[in-house]
Design a protein around this ligand. Structure first.
Ligand code: PLP
Length: 374
């Protein structure tokens, strides 16, 4: 039967609160199939582990990151209230998504981005969609304080993930995974920045299993970047530093929800170094065929580290008491590589990578064949 994907609110209407469904603003987000990766399964087999590994590649969303799943909920709810302007703090992807959805809804948007480099792709998107882009002399956490203050005191809607409508539609990623696998995976790994995504996934898994659509729930593994790991360190990080700018956040807004998700699921938090992130980034692009931005490689970096240290085997052994069959792992790659493409051109030591410039060649079949050693 013909079916046009109608976006996550309409596709999962039975699980979405009424006030979000009144005036749906969608760009067709979601509906993203899992990618099974034999290359990563092979990597795990080198550690003696047999597992099915699936990538939830959220870079396939309309603006290139999972933020669209939440933004459809936030903007739809604002539209129903008659809001004409929205604001957000952003490391880049939220601004791109807010700008696109606000434009589609006929609203204006303003975005507050932190000091420092903003990935070219994300910057271009916000501008292309007509957002008013303000770079604040401070970090992400400072931007969020200002955005919250503005929404409290002025007539402007806050569309950061502290807006509960974001999680209500973001949780649909879990539904899609269960719909494909027939049950929840054993382990689900996600990068953690402001900590909304891991919270939304857990919310989705719980709701879907309560509704009888899944027998099990996964253990949730959250990975932060070493220089920006407040939850792992157990304290705020004043000056978070990592190349993975989407998770360069020192005081996560959904800290408590994320901690609850990990505790309830029997999961864990851990940190990975920038070098580990870049190694995983390279594995994803050059072995799995999936091009992501650095933050999106953090969960694979974490999984490989856990595999190497025997922790993944311990988790499988424990879960085998309640689950049957071959262990299934899902990890979320949150954003597309084209957002921040320069990383492809550097090696893991941040030196220009060999072969990162095109080879100049004469306009002749023979010359090209020679260079290709055909
Ligand atoms: C926003 C974002 C994250 C972090 O998600 P949180 O919900 O803030 O934890 C990770 N990766 C990418 C690409 C993002 O845009």
């Amino acid at each position: 039967m013909a079916h046009i994907w109608r976006g996550v609110i309409n596709e999962y209407a039975g699980y979405i609160p009424e006030h979000i469904k009144k005036t749906v603003v969608t760009l067709g987000e979601g509906g993203i199939p899992l990618i099974r990766s034999s290359a990563i399964e092979h990597r795990l087999s080198n550690f003696g582990l047999q597992a099915e590994v699936y990538i939830k590649f959220e870079g396939r969303n309309p603006t290139g990151s999972f933020k669209d799943r939440g933004m459809t909920g936030a903007i739809s709810a604002e539209k129903a209230k008659g809001t004409s302007a929205v604001i957000c703090a952003s490391t880049g992807n939220t601004s791109a998504s807010a700008a696109a959805y606000a434009t589609a809804a006929g609203m204006t948007s303003a975005v507050l981005v932190p000091d420092g480099k903003i990935a070219t792709g994300k910057l271009a998107q916000a501008i292309a969609h007509g957002a008013k882009l303000l770079q604040v002399d401070g970090n992400f956490d400072d931007c969020l304080v200002i955005a919250r203050g503005l929404a409290e005191n002025y007539n402007v809607g806050l569309v950061n993930s502290v807006n509960p409508n974001r999680l209500q539609t973001q949780k649909t990623a879990s539904f899609e995974i269960v719909d494909e696998l027939g049950d929840a995976p054993w382990v689900h790994a996600v990068p953690v920045g402001n900590a909304a995504n891991i919270s939304a996934y857990w919310m989705g898994y719980k709701e879907y299993s309560d509704a009888g659509n899944a027998v099990n729930k996964p253990v949730m593994w959250g990975f932060q970047a070493k220089g920006s790991a407040p939850i792992v360190d157990g304290r705020r990080v004043e000056n978070p530093e990592t190349i993975a700018t989407a998770i360069r956040i020192g005081n996560p807004a959904s800290w408590n929800l994320a901690t609850a998700a990990v505790e309830e699921s029997g999961g864990l938090f851990d940190a990975v170094t920038d070098e580990e992130i870049l190694v995983a980034h390279r594995i994803l692009s050059s072995e799995a065929g999936v091009f992501v931005e650095p933050a999106s490689a953090a969960p694979l970096a974490g999984l490989l580290k856990k595999a190497e240290h025997g922790k993944l085997k311990m988790a499988f052994d424990e879960l085998a008491q309640i689950r049957t069959g071959i262990p299934k792992i899902v990890f979320t790659s949150t954003g597309h590589g084209l957002k921040d493409p320069d990383w492809a051109l550097y090696d893991v030591n941040l030196k220009p990578k060999e072969g990162s410039q095109p080879i100049k060649v004469k306009n002749s079949i023979e010359a090209v064949a020679n260079i290709l050693e055909l």
